[in-house]
Ligand binder design. Structure first.
Ligand SMILES: Nc1ncnc2c1ncn2[C@@H]1O[C@H](COP(=O)(O)OP(=O)(O)OP(=O)(O)O)[C@@H](O)[C@H]1O
Ligand SMILES: [Mg+2]
Length: 476
């Protein structure tokens, strides 16, 4: 069908003459006044509007002002007389019109202007369609990524979990029991103990292993985005929802959803989660269509969920739904006998990555590893060894100096702060850290002449974060 053009002029003979010029190439709609012309815009798609500046009631540019609110992309062309030049300039400057044509005109000139006007509209439309397609393609890609990742993740089996201690064997026993079932599993444990690793092992060794494992870190997103990540959304349901999007519960239908850091969810989201877990159904954001899915739910936190329930920060009913089969991954200090195994495993992994050949650890290095408390658990041990491998030169073994570097670095930072070393006495680590933080902040404040924004940037804090600390340490 030909593109639609709307002509607005209070003189019938002008309308007729324009109609004769354009009707072969366009679907022309004629309108004698601004009001009825606005109605046309409400009812159908119009590529371009041609309106006379001089009309009783609304002038052409006043009409465009309203028209723009209804169909913003339509190309607006003004018909002007010699004395309308100021109105034209104003209208162009305000972005009301794209072209204008002066009376009297040659039919060929009018045709040319309208060709350009319609082309402009079609370009904008095409552009928007492309953007939309891009958006959809991106969405598909991100869903596909989850699927592709699945293949990579096939290798998550028990052999990736290192540890032969009694404490870990108990964990494996529990996992083996629950793996063949559809039971909801709640994995607790301190940071870096291997909760995510265990969740993957449960999925990739179980009956759903050929379906998707979708992990969502609930602490990583603000509430609305988390909701849409999990449940999906309809186009237009909030500002950034420029297209429909499937949530992880739908993407992982038949597979597993892993809710990581589950404790960091709002009461509203907890309510929605309760419903999916209880009934296996949900509605995506902005839609009232109920979607039914079959997903296995695994979750993890490094917080004490029961304590949060007692504090009223986590729904009790959800807690019991989640906590059907709890598995606690023990901290590394409760399985010190796994440290040599883990250390060798990571040494091997990072040595190969770095293309180096290292035979093992020196005696003082092993002693150091075994006396370390590892508050960051396996992750901390892994990072320590990765760094040591990178730092090592031609040595046959990793020694204490390779492992200790971070601490050394810490010491040298402290020594750059005047008087710091002489000020402090040996005391507990938290106190030391506070002392250090306070000095460091006040020094940065001073060097930035008390400018909060600059100081916050320098320290890598938000302004609010910096204010909190200033208050805490009584710094002005
Ligand atoms: N038993 C283990 N064997 C081998 N690698 C492990 C083991 N436990 C943890 N890791 C490794 O340590 C790192 C942290 O593990 P993971 O992400 O599973 O910890 P987490 O308990 O989920 O931590 P967080 O609470 O901080 O999210 C990962 O690189 C993981 O591969
Ligand atoms: Mg984790």
């Amino acid at each position: 069908m030909n593109p639609t053009i709307l002509i607005v002029d209070d003189e019938q003979h002008v309308l007729n003459s324009i109609n004769r010029t354009l009707r072969h190439d366009y679907n022309v709609i004629l309108s004698l006044d601004g009001k009825s012309a606005l109605q046309v815009l409400r009812e159908q798609e119009v590529s371009a509007i041609l309106a006379d500046q001089r009309m009783p009631g609304l002038t052409g540019s006043e009409y465009f002002h309203e028209a723009r609110k209804i169909q913003p992309d339509t190309t607006r062309v003004l018909i002007t007389g010699y004395s309308d030049i100021e109105a034209v300039i104003q209208a162009v400057n305000d972005g009301q019109i794209y072209y204008y044509i002066e009376k009297p005109w040659e039919p060929e000139d009018l045709k040319l202007v309208m060709i350009r006007a319609v082309e402009r509209y079609q370009l904008i439309k095409k552009n928007k369609e492309l953007l939309y397609e891009l958006e959809v393609a991106n969405q598909l890609l991100s869903n596909e990524n989850i699927i592709l990742k699945k293949d990579v993740e096939q290798k998550y089996n028990f052999s990736n979990i290192i540890g032969e201690s009694k404490a870990m064997k108990d964990v494996y026993d529990l996992m083996r029991k629950v793996i063949p079932t559809d039971t909801t599993v709640y994995i607790s444990g301190e940071t870096g103990t291997g909760k995510e690793l265990s969740a993957r092992a449960i999925h990739f060794n179980g009956p759903r292993k050929d379906k998707i494992f979708a992990a969502q870190n609930c602490a990583a997103l603000p509430d609305t985005l988390l909701e849409s990540a999990l449940f999906g959304h309809k186009k237009g349901s909030f500002t950034d929802a420029t297209s429909d999007k499937k949530g992880l519960f739908e993407v992982a239908d038949g597979g597993t959803v892993f809710l990581d850091e589950l404790s960091d969810t709002s009461p509203a989201l907890q309510q929605r989660l309760l419903r999916v877990i209880q009934e296996g159904e949900f509605q995506s954001v902005g839609s009232n269509k109920t979607i039914k899915v079959d997903v296995r739910i695994l979750s993890a936190t490094n917080k004490d969920l029961l304590y949060l329930v007692q504090q009223g920060k986590f729904r009790e009913d959800l807690y019991y739904r989640i906590n059907v089969f709890p598995i606690r991954v023990p901290p590394l200090r409760e399985r010190m006998d796994d440290i040599p195994l883990l250390a060798n495993y990571f040494l091997n992994k990072y040595m190969i990555q770095a293309g180096k050949e290292i035979k093992g650890f020196s005696e003082d290095a092993i002693k150091y590893l075994l006396s370390n408390k590892f508050p960051g658990n396996v992750r901390e041990l892994e990072n320590m060894i990765q760094r040591a491998v990178i730092l090592s030169g031609n040595e046959q073994t990793l020694s204490l100096s390779h492992l200790q570097t971070e601490w050394e670095a810490g010491k040298s930072i402290i020594s750059t702060i005047p008087d710091f070393q002489s000020d402090i006495q040996l005391s507990s680590l938290p106190k030391l850290v506070e002392e250090f933080e306070k000095k460091y902040i006040s020094q940065s404040l001073e060097s930035n002449q008390g400018n909060i924004s600059k100081t916050a940037i320098e320290l890598g804090l938000s302004r609010a974060g910096l204010y909190k600390k200033l208050k805490r340490y009584n710094l002005d």
